[in-house]
Design a protein around this ligand. Structure first.
Ligand code: G2I
Length: 451
């Protein structure tokens, strides 16, 4: 059989990633890092990352040890990816994505349509041209990262601050009208149907005129079938903009509309106990909302924060853990918390069920998605078996760790470090691309084993 070169490369990447994951899973089990503790609660804990710091060993080692999700801080923005019309540059963003993949971290795509960091050629276009440039930008960028991004901030910061509840003036709103948001989401869904599509904004963290406007938009989208899966709450806090008292209630009202919610750019200016308490409250609010699926802090270290003088992050400039770190970890139930930790489930009543879907098909291949659901008790690990018809071959696999029997037809997939722990009744999924090699059968799904 001849495997297409792209598939062969992906296969190699999977093998490499699989060996890395085995090494990492020991760290994850201890729940003594932000990522592993969050995984124990069925969430991820991520950070914004800048490509130009990845070469600094303390930066990279802190990132790799503590976090299981990344958001490129600037590298996927319009000015970075399409500085001139229809000429795309992905080098810096690719660097972050491949680092994340090698560490089994999820990647959030940030951001496709935003008024800021927008090249001047875009602002200069007339309506017809702008519409096609927007759709082309979404299409090209999403296509480049297809299968590698779990969620995209499709539209960022479209609403005004203050009491108006109106859209912010931008080339998109001014020339295309309010319909640009819907159009962006519809285009995004058509390009990568497997990526979660999010709206992301700041000053929407409590109930206020701006969050009410976003809420009305999401409600309208859900009622009309406009594709939206999630809402990101940036959560940039300081004394002028503190953690709102109705933070959790606000997350919950969005979740009740049928979207996931995430804390996407968390940073809280301050120091010591006050800062620690704020971080603890934010983490607890997310954990209290079932559909709050993860938190991302806006940077690894105070040294490189966009507002460094406010020391808003969890690690100081020397990568030392701050009281805010300890508080966030404790709130996640990490090691050191009285009654915390993720070791509470002895595994005796751990069960899971699985289902399979073929999510896309083409001439010589298909994508499969397996959903794993925990039974009535939380689980700390899961394994699923799939038997493939000869001579089908799996070319790539994501969100799980595969191994094969000697015949090469039975694939056993165990959880990745970040999706091994599921709350009771919660589910996760992994996916793969298979080469048909002339056989169009669907693989046979075996039972799910939980621990
Ligand atoms: O402003 C904080 C965040 C608000 N929500 C959207 C985020 O995308 C935004 O991130 C920040 C980055 O953290 C900054 O790093 O966005 C800023 C730009 O709006 C970023 O700052 C820019 C500087 O303004 C540029 O001078 C610089 O060239 O970062 C660029 C790359 O270092």
């Amino acid at each position: 059989m001849t495997m297409p070169r792209r598939a062969a490369q992906a296969f190699t990447a999977v093998l490499l990633a699989a060996s890395t994951v085995t090494a990492l899973s020991h760290t994850a089990a201890a729940a003594d890092t932000l990522g592993s503790a969050a995984a124990g609660k069925g969430r991820y804990f991520g950070t914004a990352v800048a490509a130009n710091h990845l070469g600094e060993s303390a930066y990279a080692s802190t990132l790799d040890r503590e976090f299981n999700q990344v958001t490129p801080e600037n590298e996927m923005k319009w000015d970075a990816t399409e500085g001139s019309r229809n000429t795309f540059t992905f080098g810096n963003a690719d660097q972050i994505v491949s680092h994340a993949q090698s560490q089994n971290m999820k990647v959030r795509g940030h951001t496709l349509v935003w008024h800021s960091q927008l090249p001047s050629w875009v602002s200069g276009l007339g309506a017809t041209d702008l519409r096609s440039a927007m759709n082309n930008h979404i299409t090209q960028v999403m296509q480049h990262y297809k299968g590698k991004i779990y969620a995209w901030d499709v539209v960022n910061e479209a609403y005004q601050d203050g009491s108006s509840g109106a859209l912010r003036s931008s080339p998109f709103a001014d020339k295309l009208g309010s319909g640009f948001i819907e159009e962006a989401f519809r285009t995004a869904r058509s390009v990568d149907p497997n990526a979660k599509l999010c709206y992301n904004d700041y000053n929407t963290d409590g109930v206020n005129a701006k969050s009410n406007a976003v809420y009305a938009m999401v409600k309208d989208f859900k009622s009309r079938g406009v594709p939206i899966d999630c809402v990101g709450f940036q959560s940039h806090f300081n004394s002028a903009s503190p953690v709102p008292s109705d933070y959790q209630a606000n997350l919950q009202r969005f979740a009740d509309l049928g979207v996931d919610v995430q804390i996407t750019e968390l940073d809280i200016e301050g120091s010591g106990t006050a800062q620690a308490n704020n971080y603890s409250n934010v983490v607890k609010a997310c954990l209290a909302v079932t559909r709050c699926t993860g938190l991302t802090v806006w940077g690894v270290t105070d040294k490189y924060s966009w507002r460094s003088s406010g020391t808003p992050l969890l690690f100081d400039s020397n990568y030392g853990k701050k009281p805010a770190y300890d508080a966030a970890l404790a709130a996640l139930g990490g090691t050191g918390t009285p009654g915390g930790g993720d070791g509470g489930n002895p595994g005796g009543n751990a069960t899971c069920t699985v289902s399979f879907a073929r999510t896309s098909d083409w001439n010589d291949g298909y994508n499969g998605e397996v959903t794993v659901k925990a039974g009535s008790a939380p689980i700390n690990g899961w394994t699923v078996t799939l038997t493939f018809a000869t001579p089908q071959k799996v070319a790539s696999l994501w969100n799980g760790t595969p191994s094969w029997d000697s015949s090469g037809t039975v694939m056993t997939v165990r959880a990745a470090s970040y999706n091994s722990s599921l709350a009771a009744g919660a589910s996760t999924s992994f996916g793969f691309t298979a080469a048909k090699n002339g056989n169009n059968s669907t693989p046979t799904l075996g039972a799910c084993t939980a621990s």
